[in-house]
Design a protein around this ligand. Structure first.
Ligand SMILES: [Cu+2]
Length: 159
């Protein structure tokens, strides 16, 4: 045990030294945020889903993930502003209740989270704790949903 402890300490000191060198050599905050992510990951299931918005499609990769913390990294790759709604629904992604056939009726579906309309070329993040079930990701800017900006997302039981 004594040997293990000594090795463990040496590794810790080495990592601290490397972190110091990295920080000294680069003003980016990236090393710090990576360390934070690693710590959080050991405390529960975390999934990152890349969501791409454009005229007129919405894609999610991967299209499913385990229950727990899900971060949607949302990129507006289009030419105009878009938004992201995360809706929990067993309905088909193209069958959600609508208002005047122009947008989803947000009073008739369960909206768990939203990235408000944001500009083309920008990125946003949304982290939610999701239970197992079926979800629909969509953009609810007027006419965007009926133009094809939706996709299915599934959350499976975490193992
Ligand atoms: Cu849109």
């Amino acid at each position: 045990m004594a040997v293990n402890n000594r090795n463990g300490r040496r590794v810790a000191v080495l990592l601290a030294t490397l972190a110091g060198l990295t920080l000294a050599g680069c003003s980016s905050s990236e090393p710090a945020s990576k360390a934070t992510a690693t710590t959080a990951a050991s405390q529960g299931v975390m999934t990152t889903v890349g969501v791409t918005l454009k005229e007129f499609s919405l894609t999610a990769v991967p299209a499913s993930g385990p229950a727990g913390s899900v971060t949607f990294a949302v990129q507006n790759s289009g030419l105009i502003p878009h938004e992201l709604l995360v809706v929990k629904s067993d309905l088909r992604p193209d069958q959600l209740p609508q208002v005047d056939q122009k947008r989803v009726d947000e009073t008739k579906v369960q909206v768990l989270g939203e990235v408000a309309e944001f500009d083309a070329g920008k990125k946003q993040e949304l982290t939610l704790t999701l239970q197992p079930g079926k979800y629909v990701l969509l953009c609810n800017v007027v006419s965007h949903y009926i133009s094809g900006m939706y996709t299915a997302f599934e959350v499976t039981a975490s193992k």
